[in-house]
Design a protein around this ligand. Structure first.
Ligand code: MIG
Length: 801
């Protein structure tokens, strides 16, 4: 026994030495500057160890920093859609430093050893290399060690578990299929390597655009002196974002990586899913019951069982005969059908075209000898399309003909991490062609995004001018250009529900505004109370989808008893009433990248309460509604109301902000607050977005001391004609100092569906008399809630009191 221990410890002691020596994994540090030169749009620096440092100016607030051995080829980005066109304003070479400036940033490059420090235009230090370490590498793995300050918080990285403030925690990006993931599990399905560092009164952003397995450590294990990030391969390639507010950060980040196009309006309606509606009969029964029970609903889903033996791009002829007539029936009821698609293509040479054409053209990911990689998934042994290649994406897109011809308008991409039974796909599997050949190590984190791209481009081309809806599980930065996302296989617990809203908020600050969660939880059964609570939050989720796994209690509203169904119906009705406000908020996301669900960190960045674990789940839904997710077991909850005045949505009870309040939170009354001065256009309850409603815009304004504006946006909701000016856009202002609500003249060539405006005034001085463009209006109601009606003329409308 003793001697066994002796030899064992010798081996343990020798092992690291041996293997580092052999594999050259001893760390190396970046050396001093040997040379530097001006290059197009920036500066190129060489250092002692033949490592290059290149700065590229995209805009005064966006500078790319790339650090890599001079032998490493520059790889093109899947995320970034812009080219650099800017230049440094000045480049000053001194004995010890080189100083690079733009109008917004100053970068000081210490020469020996090379260290970078970033300052804003006011001269405030924002971020920089750790003085002792800087950029280091071990084998092919490069890491940037950076200085950490006591006051610093970190937010971002997209779909990650854990708290809003990621200080003290570490994360890995390696897209993975993680059913029933834990509350702190990592990695999950997607990679969004953009974070912001928030100081006491300044902030910065870093987008580390590297698709290899990457890691981020926000200071938990460095005695609070450093934070660091890096990747298994590729360059230290980051965009330093110097915009000084989170709103401007998001504008810059989505300028760089792209923004969403307008989603089809129907995709903002209520979506009912299930794994699986096993037959046309079952699916249509659910759809009809929605209408019978007056549950507004726009979308039904087919999960994998609609296919013939899980072969993608097929229908099961027995259970789903004549799918076109089914989607016609759905259409007649104002509903759309979304079908799931997995990447794996079943190996089946018996006339199965997607397999035959894929093999014939060598479209699949392959072993180094060219043999297509075989993994097993639902369909059994399968090959996986190489979505990194243009021709493969094009072929994939054309395959959707089968579904589009069947009347399908939404396409749900699943298993695109990619997932295969056994999970760990051999890392040497190859993608791409010629000099663009890469292995899974580089392709994995962008695989889902490229599948979503192929799906979006392909279905858009097939839909004859209509907007497709695409939903994906795996993703990489920039995916917002193609697809919505959902947070995968969650659990039916209160904690998971609350986590989902933090995750959605975090995805929102990494460019992806259109997010959903499986309402009620995917794996297992929620309590009826949890189901009711979650549905009430669903109304305030960018994508409102109820879904659950096989074998679970059905999640449709009527399965929970009449009283619970009534509460759920009310939540869904609230969603439909809010559609004009919601659609306008999507327009803002489309234009600027500001998300729908907005962590309070966006507007109240420097307020400590925002990061307090009691309040970190709270968010603004659009610009002026504050939602406090509350667990289903709490009938009262503490809510933090930021500065300003607030009204409880529903009762209009008034609260002063900048305080923590206890509020009632029974299951039928989620704590939602309206910011004083809010302008929220609503509509009447309809059963589907295909119904234009009663033609009345219910324009709600809540009185406040400060002026406010809102951009109302409308278009046909289905086509891309808004790109040619076919939209209706109207700026609406609340000007309390002039006692005026002003609607600017309508812009665009689209006629609003609203013929009338019912202006509903909350908390205005009691018994006012109102005029519209000088003419007396008849006031309905008195006191707390008054309203006036007028025609929705396109000219300027000024309402005064
Ligand atoms: O291995 O298609 O996350 O939403 O219902 C499970 C069946 C595959 C995982 C998805 C889930 C979907 C399920 N899929």
């Amino acid at each position: 026994m003793k001697s066994y221990l002796f030899y064992f410890s010798i081996i343990i002691l020798l092992f690291p030495t041996l293997c580092f020596a052999q594999d050259n994994l001893i760390s190396h540090q970046i050396g001093g500057v040997t040379k530097f030169q001006k290059v197009d749009h920036g500066v190129l620096i060489k250092t002692a160890g033949n490592v290059e440092v290149q700065f590229t100016v995209y805009s005064p607030t966006i500078v790319r920093v790339r650090i890599a051995p001079s032998t490493m080829p520059v790889s093109s980005s899947y995320a970034v859609i812009r080219d650099a066109t800017d230049e440094f304003k000045s480049v000053i070479d001194n004995k010890d430093n080189i100083t690079l400036t733009t109008d917004s940033l100053k970068i000081v490059v210490q020469k020996n050893p090379l260290r970078l420090n970033f300052y804003n235009a006011l001269g405030q230090w924002l971020d920089g290399d750790a003085p002792s370490l800087g950029v280091s590498w071990q084998g092919t793995e490069m890491t940037s060690y950076r200085k950490l300050t006591d006051d610093e918080k970190f937010i971002g990285l997209g779909e990650k578990t854990g708290p809003l403030n990621r200080r003290g925690l570490s994360y890995v990006n390696w897209n993975s299929d993680v059913p029933g993931y834990g509350l702190n599990q990592d990695p999950l399905y997607s990679t969004m390597p953009y974070f912001m560092g928030v100081h006491t009164n300044s902030l910065f952003g870093i987008f580390f655009d590297n698709s290899y397995k990457s890691f981020f450590n926000f200071g938990g294990s460095t005695d609070n002196t450093m934070y660091f990030f890096g990747a298994e391969g590729g360059a230290i390639n980051y965009y330093f974002l110097g915009a000084s507010t989170i709103t401007d950060q998001l504008k810059d980040y989505t300028w760089l990586t792209g923004r969403m196009q307008m989603p089809p309006l129907w995709s903002l309606g209520y979506q009912q899913c299930r794994y699986s509606y096993m037959s046309r009969q079952q699916l249509m029964d659910v759809a009809r019951r929605m209408r019978q029970d007056s549950i507004p609903c726009d979308v039904m889903y087919c999960d994998i069982d609609y296919m013939n033996g899980y072969r993608v791009f097929t229908w099961n002829p027995k259970t789903y005969p004549d799918p076109k007539s089914m989607t016609d029936s759905l259409k007649a009821m104002g509903m759309h059908l979304v079908t799931i698609i997995d990447p794996g293509i079943k190996i089946d040479s018996n006339g199965y075209q997607p397999y035959l054409t894929g093999v014939m053209h060598h479209y699949f990911a392959r072993y180094p000898d060219g043999t297509p990689y075989t993994g097993s998934v639902w369909a059994g042994r399968s090959h996986f399309p190489d979505f990194t290649r243009d021709e493969v994406r094009k072929w994939w897109g054309e395959n959707f003909k089968v579904l589009v011809n069947s009347g399908v308008t939404g396409f749900w991409n699943d298993m695109d991490e990619p997932s295969a039974w056994g999970q760990d796909i051999p890392p040497l599997i190859e993608f791409g062609e010629g000099k663009n050949t890469v292995t899974l190590k580089k392709a994995r984190n962008i695989y889902g995004m490229q599948m979503a791209r192929a799906t979006f481009d392909g279905t858009k081309a097939l839909l004859n001018g209509d907007r497709p809806f695409v939903l994906t599980r795996a993703a990489y930065s920039g995916v917002q250009r193609y697809s919505a996302m959902w947070t995968g296989d969650n659990n039916p617990t209160d904690d998971h529900m609350l986590l989902a809203y933090r995750m959605i908020n975090s995805m929102g600050i990494t460019g992806e505004a259109f997010d959903g969660v499986d309402i009620g939880g995917f794996l297992g059964n929620p309590t009826p109370d949890l189901m009711v609570r979650w549905m009430s939050l669903g109304a305030f989720t960018p994508m409102f989808r109820n879904h659950t796994a096989k074998g679970n209690t059905a999640h449709e509203p009527w399965t929970w008893g009449e009283w619970n169904e009534a509460m759920m119906r009310h939540s869904i009705q609230t969603r439909y009433r809010l559609l004009p406000y919601l659609y306008s908020s999507f327009y803002e996301a489309h234009l600027t990248g500001i998300p729908i669900n907005r962590t309070l960190a966006i507007d109240y960045t420097y307020n400590e309460n925002v990061y307090d674990t009691r309040f970190e789940d709270q968010f603004l839904f659009g610009p002026s509604m504050l939602v406090a997710p509350v667990s289903s077991t709490n009938n009262a909850e503490q809510v933090y109301l930021p500065s300003g005045n607030w009204y409880r949505f529903g009762s209009d009870k008034k609260y002063a902000g900048s305080q923590i309040v206890w509020v009632g939170s029974p299951l039928n009354n989620l704590p939602v607050f309206i910011k004083a001065g809010a302008i929220i256009p609503m509509q009447n309850v309809v059963q589907t977005t295909a119904d234009k409603g009663n033609g009345i815009m219910y324009l709600n304004v809540w009185y406040g001391d400060a002026p406010n504006s809102f951009t109302y946006y409308e278009d046909d909701g289905t086509t891309y004609q808004y790109e040619q000016g076919k939209y209706y856009l109207r700026n609406i202002h609340f000007n309390p100092q002039d006692n005026e609500i002003l609607m600017d003249p309508a812009q665009g060539n689209y006629t609003s569906k609203f013929k009338e405006v019912d202006l509903i005034l909350h908390g205005f001085p009691a018994n006012e008399s109102f005029t519209m463009n000088g003419q007396q209006l008849k006031t309905n109601g008195t006191g707390e809630e008054q309203s006036v009606d007028f025609k929705n003329a396109n000219e300027k409308i000024s309402v005064k009191w």
